[in-house]
Design a protein. Structure first.
Length: 158
């Protein structure tokens, strides 16, 4: 398959993935917050939305691994499971983007000056006045409110 064929395949599949999201997404989360099913389940059972996402996507990924191992799956065509994995990847991108926005809105000063993004949490380090080396290192220097929706940060004991 040449590059043009792959691009046509991607475009055709993307349209189907968007349609799946329109149909199933409405049933799972409604229209106001497309990620609410992850957040609600996370809050209810005391884990993060990303952890809920991991559980949800794992059943689709398990089917993909079965296909790789056995050459077929019994439940539905493998293309459907692959579309689900791709859709869940977009949903995780949404969770990440939303978390980064929450961190920016919660912790950034009015004029943070020159910034450098910290990929682990998506915040800028100039306003912290530190060179953060880990997500924990960043989190413990922030206000005692975590960017996770159901988690608080405790100061480490000296």
């Amino acid at each position: 398959m040449n590059r043009a064929d792959i691009i046509r395949l991607m475009e055709r599949e993307f349209e189907q993935i968007v349609e799946i999201n329109r149909a199933k997404g409405h049933d799972y989360s409604g229209e106001e917050d497309a990620l609410s099913n992850f957040k609600n389940e996370a809050k209810e059972i005391g884990i993060t939305p990303e952890q809920v996402w991991s559980v949800y996507v794992s059943k689709h990924w398990s089917a993909v691994k079965t296909y790789v191992r056995e050459g077929e799956v019994a439940s539905e065509p493998i293309e459907g499971r692959l579309r689900d994995v791709i859709l869940y990847s977009f949903l995780m991108m949404g969770l990440i983007a939303e978390k980064r926005q929450l961190v920016r809105e919660t912790y950034l000063e009015e004029d943070p000056g020159e910034t450098t993004e910290i990929p682990a949490v998506g915040v800028e380090k100039e306003w912290l006045g530190i060179l953060a080396t880990s997500q924990y290192d960043v989190a413990r220097r922030l206000k005692p409110r975590s960017p996770n929706f159901n988690e608080t940060i405790e100061e480490p004991k000296a």
